[in-house]
Each structure stands twice: as C-alpha cells, then as structure tokens.
Design a protein around this ligand. Structure first.
Ligand SMILES: Cc1cc2nc3c(=O)[nH]c(=O)nc-3n(C[C@H](O)[C@H](O)[C@H](O)COP(=O)(O)OP(=O)(O)OC[C@H]3O[C@@H](n4cnc5c(N)ncnc54)[C@H](O)[C@@H]3O)c2cc1C
Ligand SMILES: NC(=O)c1ccc[n+]([C@@H]2O[C@H](COP(=O)([O-])OP(=O)(O)OC[C@H]3O[C@@H](n4cnc5c(N)ncnc54)[C@H](O)[C@@H]3O)[C@@H](O)[C@H]2O)c1
Length: 527
C-alpha cells in the first residue's frame, strides 16, 4: 500500500453504488433524491446494457421487422404489397433515438440533477464499506450497492477468440447488414435477433446446443418459436456440438461434432451471460469471488453492509427484475440508514445526514408513485429515460407491501418474461416440468390460440398453457404465445401472483373476441 493510489485519503459518503446499469442507476438516483450523499460509479455508459445494447434498441429492430412481416401478410388478406426492406432507418433510429450514438451525457446529467456524485471508472471493493476507483477511495457510511450486471459468456471454443465475432453489441450497432449470419445460441437474444435479421433479408442459421431452442421455456414454446423462425427463412440446427471456429478473413465456419460445418459472413455469439465477480474485490470483505452469481437475501443483502441489484444476483436477467429489486434496495437501505442514525452515533458524523434520512424514510420520496415516472417524457433519448419510465412497481414496493420490518421482501413466484419473437412468447412462474420437479400435484390446461375467434380470424399461431397446483387450486405458471402474447400475459401474472382461485378464474367474463379468451378455454381444460 505504499504507492500513490494506495495512499488516497478515503472520502466519506453515505452510499456507494458500483455499476449504474438499470438497477444501480435506479438505486443511486432514488437514494440521492432522498437526500443521502451517493457516489455512483460507472465504467461504461450510465443506463447499462438495456438502453444501449439490449432491450430498447433490440425492440426497435423488432418493431421494424414486424412491420415488414405485417406488410408481407397483405397478400392473401387484403390485396398485394411490395416490401423493400431498408436497414438504414432502423440503424438511424437506434443511433439517434435509442442511444444518442452511445453517449450517456443525458443520463449522467439526470443522475447529477437528482443530487448524486458521478465517477467514471471501474469500482472495486477494498474492505468493508470501502470502494476504490482509480486513485479515489470512498468509505460508505451506510452501505455499498453492487449493480455490475453481466457480460456475454463466450464458450472456450478453439479458434473463436481470434476471430472478429459479434456479441450483442456489434449486432445492435450494425449499420450495414451482412448477407449471412450464424447465431451461436438459440436463447432469447439469438431468436429475437435471428428473426429480425432474416426479415431484413439476411440468411440466418441458428446453432443451438440443446435439443430445442428457447430451452428454458415450455417445449410448446420452443416449437412455436422454431416454426415461426423457419417460416421467415431461418435455418435452425439443434443439438449442435460446436467444436471449433475458423475465420478466413471473409467468412466464419463453425465446425461441429460429427463433421458438420456451418459457414456465414458473420458469427453472433449469444450463448448466455455471466456475472464477473472476480473483479469486484469481494475477497476483501470475506465473500467468495468465484461464484457464478452473487446470492442475496429477500432484501437484496449480499453481506454485511453490501446490497446487490440486477443481473448479477442471478434471479433473472431482466430489466423488470432489476427495477423490482432496486425498489427493495432503496427501501431497505433507507430503513437501515434511519435505524443507524436513530441509534448511538459514536462517530459523530451521522447527524449530518440524519435529517435527510429521517425525512426520506417516510418512503414516498424514495419510491412513491410521483417519482416513478422520472426519466419518462421529454428527456430525449430512450437511453436517457425510457428504461426508467413506467416503473410504477418501484412505488408499490417502496410504499411498503411490508415485511416484518416494513420493507418489502423479494418474491419471484410470479416472475414474468417475454421473448419478443413474432409470435411473442410470454411466460410467468413455473413451467410444467419445474412444477413436477417440485413435487406439486400438477394439472395442465392447454388451448390453441386458433380456438379463440380472434386467433382464428387473425390466423396467428400461438397457445395458452396453464400449470396448476391442484392441491391449492391455483395457477403456479402459465405461457401465453401469440401475436400479443406478452400483453395477454398480464392477466396470467395477476392470477399467479395473487394466487387467484381457479374457480374464480373460471367464472370471470372474458371479452369477445379477444386472444385472451383462450385462457378461459385452457382453464376448462385443466386436468
Ligand atoms: C440483446 C438484449 C436484449 C434484452 N432484452 C430484454 C428485454 O426485452 N426485456 C428485459 O427485461 N430484459 C432484456 N434484456 C436484459 C436486460 O438488458 C438486463 O436484465 C438489464 O440490463 C440488467 O440490468 P443491470 O443493472 O443488472 O445490469 P447492466 O444493465 O448490465 O448494467 C451493469 C452496469 O455496470 C457497469 N459495471 C460493471 N462492472 C463495473 C465496475 N466494476 N465498476 C463500474 N461499473 C461497472 C457496466 O458497465 C454496466 O453499465 C436484454 C439483454 C440483451 C443483451
Ligand atoms: N425479451 C427479453 O426479455 C430478453 C431478450 C434478450 C435477452 N434477455 C435476457 O438476457 C439473457 C441472455 O440471453 P442469451 O440469449 O444470451 O442467453 P440464454 O441463456 O437465454 O440462451 C443461450 C442459449 O445458448 C445455448 N448455448 C450455450 N452454449 C452454447 C454453445 N457452445 N453452442 C451452441 N449453443 C449454446 C444455450 O443452450 C441457450 O439455449 C436471457 O437469459 C434473458 O434473461 C431477455
């Protein structure tokens, strides 16, 4: 510790947040608004993966690709339509509307405007409550929050590291589409992007190691998604054991077990994501840096004075999980700070923030509905605001759904997820297999979407699948696949989350003719 960096004098603050992605930015901003002195450290772009290389730009791509697909459906339904895809408006929109050309100035200003102190750099724990970034060291009075997310998990295939393969970053930033593309991985990212690129004329092949794509969801979901992508011209190869990768300067070849070879101009590697705990200095606070994810309790506490939020907790790599957890962290940290200031104050420093904490711990300032809209309208790009918008959930949680100490506890029973292929695959809670593995007395109900009048009129593929716990008479999981599968899912999320008795669900009135009437059919099919 004799170097200049090691000798930096610690700067005393209330909270240090490392990683200002979806979760960290939300926590840091809300705590700063509540009056705490908050240092937010981000090494790349404030806002994280979702607005710059994830949800938002990929959904802009999907919106455009679905417009092409819908126009192609005019033939046979309403006359004829000629469609000439052009990627340039999509790339422009991503550049200008979604990402500010991958510039986070607006997001940084917003955080500073909320009262936070921003530091660009890589943060690392350096003992209890202490975080080092560059030549500065911060000592947190109340706690450190880790929100450092995940990075692509790149398989150790011989040859791959030496090639100019794409991750989601290059795929999202692409200005000119290649003629052909291999997607190594047929999960959420692989399928969404494969369908987009295929609809814009790229020859796409998905190489999936498992026996089915979208393997974490119901087998019926995998079938519907695979059929839809094939109809768009995507080649889907499952059970592919990739062994090595080569690149001749023009084309990539994936060499697979059994001698199969797959060649294309570009290779997109989307084989999952992983947290990088080893670089966070966890060992300096007695925590294991070799874990895959950072385990947290139901108040998002990872250890003494350490909270974690978002993808790195391993509870589900979704923006809505990061936002949900952020609200819990905010409420719990404010509660913790209030208790700390209420007690004896040997350091004599807590009184400096005592007023702010006391005022904030009434909760609305930290998580009330009024603040949930922060970063919505008028803040320019999606990166600067869209992710934060519509996060009413943070208000609800902050408002004290109530654990024993008044702070809401995380509950993932009704975890929703939507894969935005066309048709969309929405799901909540347990799959049939997961429910059986848990030893539940499982009943399953199924209905093709076409069994509903709307589905039949629409000529849209899809289905509703319900998974019930017959002993409790409630749904524990459901899948809603269809043209609006993600939206139809909402009712099923309520049913699982609130454990609405199936007898009541069967006696609701379902509007005619909607896609969601297929839920009623599936409810009567439960057996
Ligand atoms: C292509 C794609 C599409 C997606 N689509 C959806 C979707 O439709 N819906 C959905 O819910 N989710 C989607 N996701 C997932 C979503 O993006 C993530 O769940 C979300 O971004 C997680 O937020 P986070 O705050 O945990 O982490 P991140 O957003 O990854 O942010 C972590 C931040 O921490 C920073 N960081 C890391 N280490 C350090 C350090 N030591 N010091 C300082 N900073 C550090 C990183 O630079 C990053 O900015 C998608 C993801 C991808 C890749
Ligand atoms: N709509 C959404 O909400 C959305 C969209 C995109 C991503 N995400 C989130 O991001 C996460 C990461 O997405 P992802 O698609 O990278 O991961 P994923 O885990 O969803 O899918 C990765 C796929 O790659 C396969 N695979 C792994 N190694 C392989 C290999 N060597 N060869 C061939 N296939 C291999 C896996 O079997 C799996 O099917 C998702 O789990 C999800 O939580 C969400």
């Amino acid at each position: 510790m004799g170097d200049a960096v090691g000798m930096a004098e610690p700067e005393l603050v209330d909270v240090v947040v490392v990683g200002l992605g979806v979760g960290g930015d939300e926590v840091a901003g809300k705590l700063a608004e509540a009056g705490l002195s908050v240092v937010g450290i981000e090494r790349d772009l404030v806002g994280g993966e979702c607005p710059y290389w994830g949800c938002v730009p990929s959904k802009m791509m999907i919106r455009a690709a679905n417009a092409l697909a819908e126009a192609r459906r005019v033939d046979g339904l309403a006359g004829t339509a000629q469609v000439r895809p052009d990627w340039s408006p999509v790339a422009k929109r991503i550049r200008e509307e979604a990402t500010d050309t991958w510039d986070d100035r607006v997001a940084v200003d917003r955080f500073v405007g909320r009262g936070g102190t921003f530091v660009r750099g890589s943060g690392r724990l350096d003992g209890p409550g202490r975080v080092r970034v560059g030549d500065r060291v911060f000592q947190a009075r109340y706690g450190v929050v880790l929100g450092t997310g995940t990075r692509p998990s790149i398989p150790p295939l011989p040859g791959l590291a030496d090639t100019p393969y794409w991750t989601n970053h290059q795929a999202i930033e692409v200005e000119e589409l290649p003629a052909s593309l291999l997607s190594l991985g047929g999960g959420a990212i692989g399928l969404e992007l494969a369908q987009v690129f295929a609809r814009f004329g790229v020859q796409v092949t998905v190489l999936e190691r498992s026996e089915r794509v979208l393997a974490v969801e119901e087998p019926e979901s995998s079938e519907v998604a695979a059929a839809a992508l094939r109809a768009d011209g995507v080649t889907i190869e499952t059970g592919v054991g990739a062994e090595r990768v080569s690149h001749d300067g023009q084309h990539f070849t994936v060499h697979a077990a059994g001698g199969a070879e797959f060649t294309a101009e570009r290779l997109l590697v989307v084989t999952g994501r992983r947290a990088h705990l080893a670089e966070l200095g966890l060992d300096t606070v007695g925590m294991d840096p070799d874990q895959r994810y950072l385990p947290v309790d139901d108040r998002m506490r990872a250890g003494d004075g350490i909270w974690a939020v978002g993808d790195l907790t391993g509870e589900g790599a979704f923006t809505h999980i990061a936002m949900y957890q952020a609200a819990i962290v905010v409420a719990d940290l404010l509660d913790h700070a209030r208790r700390a200031t209420a007690g004896p104050d040997p350091s004599g420093t807590a009184s400096v923030v005592g007023g702010a904490v006391g005022a904030a711990s009434g909760v609305p300032a930290a998580g009330g509905p009024a603040s949930a809209g922060s970063g919505t309208a008028g803040s320019g790009t999606a990166a600067s605001g869209a992710v934060g918008s519509g996060v009413a959930g943070s208000g609800a949680v902050g408002a004290g759904v109530g654990g024993p100490q008044g702070v809401a506890r995380a509950d993932y029973r009704a975890l929703p997820r939507v894969t935005f292929t066309d048709p969309e695959i929405g799901a909540v809670g347990l799959t049939e297999r997961q429910a059986r593995e848990r030893g539940l007395n499982v009943q399953v109900g199924f209905a093709e979407l076409a069994s509903s009048t709307r589905g039949w009129i629409h000529r849209g593929d899809g289905f509703i699948k319900l998974v019930a716990d017959a002993d409790r008479g409630v749904l524990v999981g459901a899948t809603s696949a269809g043209p609006a599968g993600g939206e139809v899912l909402a009712g099923l999320v309520v049913a699982v989350h609130a454990a609405v008795p199936i007898s009541q669900l069967r006696h609701m009135i379902y509007a005619y003719p909607t896609f969601h009437r297929a839920i009623e059919t599936a409810l009567h099919d439960l057996r």
